[in-house]
Structure formats: C-alpha cells, structure tokens
Design a protein around this ligand. Sequence first.
Ligand code: XIL
Length: 362
Amino acid sequence: MGCARAYPILKLTCQLQLLVTFLAVTTVAPSTFRSAADRAGLLVGTAVRPSLFSEAAYSQTLSREFNMVEPEDAMKWWTVRQSKDAFDFREGDEVIRFAQAHGQKVRGHCLVWDHNNPPWLASGHFTSEEMSKLLHEHIATVMKHYAGRVFAWDIVNEGLNEDGSAKDSPWYNQPGIGFAGKGTEYIAQTFRWAHQADPKALLFYNDNGGEELNRKSDAIYAMAKDFKQRGLPIDGVGLQMHIFQLKVDPAAVAANIARLTALGLQVHITELDVELPIDTSGQARPEDLARQAEIYAAVVRACVQNPGCTAIQTWGFTDKYSWIGSHSHGTQGAALPFDRAYKPKPAYDAIIKEITSAPARQ
Ligand code: XIL
C-alpha cells in the first residue's frame, strides 16, 4: 500500500515508514559469506598465505568474508621444520594473529603427509624407530604450541590410495613409524598422539578423491567407523573437494556426508575450488563461470543440508593467488569465488544464496 491517499500531514510519516521498512528488508539479507555463515551457524573459511596480509585488498576481503582461516602452507612440515632440531612457528603465528585480530577461528593443516616435507627428512635415512620419535615429537610440539588457538587439525592428509589401501609414505612404510603393512594402524597411532598433545582440539582425517561414493571413500568410512568403534579420538573427516573439469556428483557427496555424520563425526569441506579452462590472459568463458557458480552452489547445498557438515572452506579466495594454474594444471585457473581484482564472480552470490536458504542449525 502506498502513501498517496494519506492526509498531507500523515503523508510524510507514511513515507518515512516505507523507507524504514525498505531499509530493514534490504539490510537484513546477508551480503557477505561471513554474515550469511554467522547467521546460519556455519564456519566459512579459506586457505591463507601470511606473506599477503600486507596487501590491503587481500586482508580486507579475507576479514570481511570469512569467519575461519587455515594456513595454506604455514603449518606444514616444510615451513615449521626447515631444520631437524628447530621449530619455526613465525608464519603460523602470523596466521593466528590475523585471525585473532579479526575474530576468526583457525583450522590447522597438516601434521602427517607424504608431501611438503623438508628435504632432510627423506635424505636422513632414518630408522622406523627414529621416524616414530620424530613424528611423535612433531605432533606434540606443534599441537601444544597452538593449543587453544587452533580448534581443529588435519592430523593425517591423503593417507590412502584410490583403491582404499594405505599409501606409500615416509610415515607408513618408507620406512614408516613401525606399522608398515598394517594398513591404517599408523594413522590410529598419530590420532592417539594428537589427542594426548591437545585433548581439546578436533582431530580430522583429510583427503581428496573420496568426496563421492567410491573405493576410496568406502575405505575412509571403514577406517573412521573402526576408529570410533575402538574409541580412538577421531572427530571428523575433511573432504578436500578440488573439482576438476567441472565434474562432481552432488548427490553422491551428500550421501557420503550422510554416512560419515551418521557415525557421529563432523564433516568439513576443506579445500573447495572449481577450476575452469582459461585463455592466455587468464580469462574464463561466461558460460563456464555460470556453470562454476552452479557447482559451488551444489556443493554448499550438500553441506548445509546436513547439520553434521559444520564448515566449508575454499582453497584460497582470489584467482590472483590460487594453487590452480600455478601449481597444478597450466591451462586451468579461475577456480575461486573472487577474480584477480577481488571482484566477486557469479559463484559468490550463488554461495551466499545457498547458505542463506540453509535449514536452521544450532
Ligand atoms: C598446496 C598449496 O596450495 C601450495 O601452495 C603448495 O605449494 C602445495 O600444496 N591438497 C592439500 C594442500 O592438502 O595442502 C595442497 O596445498 C593442495 C592439495
């Protein structure tokens, strides 16, 4: 109803009321990832590089849009353990400082992986006993350093093969920490050590290629179920969700999230990005950007529909700084929700819309 028929004296009041209603409606709809996520009771995070905090657009976008951060490389062995006898927490501490200054949670990544290790680890020709001591000491020292400041950790990253068997690694069988040939027993041991180091931290197993329903996700599920049945301290499973060639089956992702959360575990989407074909100047086609938005929306929907899926994280947020293109596939890029100039892409609105329409959670 308009104000046209009101008496002149009441007309102004009526118009003011309409203005107030209009402003209320337009400001109520969440306009950032962060405001949408805060209202939905969800964590929305991203991988970060502390060397970029000094770039104004980077840190402004990061603090405005996300209520959680995870160091992309700053808490990995190759950063923290450049030498065998010293721990270097400077980069990781920078991430903590940034997060504390902006009221964000910190997710830790990662303590046990066959990649991103310092060269001395491979060239040291350590025995299993020495490897066990090194890893135990590493988990204890790093987790104690960050106790109370990192709320959840990827303890083991990418520990299984596509067929579900334990992957060859310095921690499993090359030479391993004493459980070579015993499948996931070495993973169980690392979770025990992690729980001793920081009993309050949430402990995650994180992997890629096991987001949908296949041999790998069956094996992750079986391991998680086994750990739960044996009372081992596992709190969640991280689904990396690097989506290549625009291929994903959201129904299978939802089914996998459902079976994991039915075990009483949390699921975090940990490394979401959706690479696109790009031309030589780094541009993606409009139709691919539209498809990318649909895929982001479908993955976010699969998570927010399940109250046990408690966090969604992208692997970086601006195409200016993304491992896609620089590290993996030369002709692919444009994988993140913000372009190289920090302008939101179609995926941005699509993600906000999904979070906003999520069923209420605690
Ligand atoms: C990547 C980082 O993005 C790069 O900066 C680094 O050079 C290599 O590692 N799965 C993971 C992440 O769990 O740690 C990887 O991060 C990407 C794949």
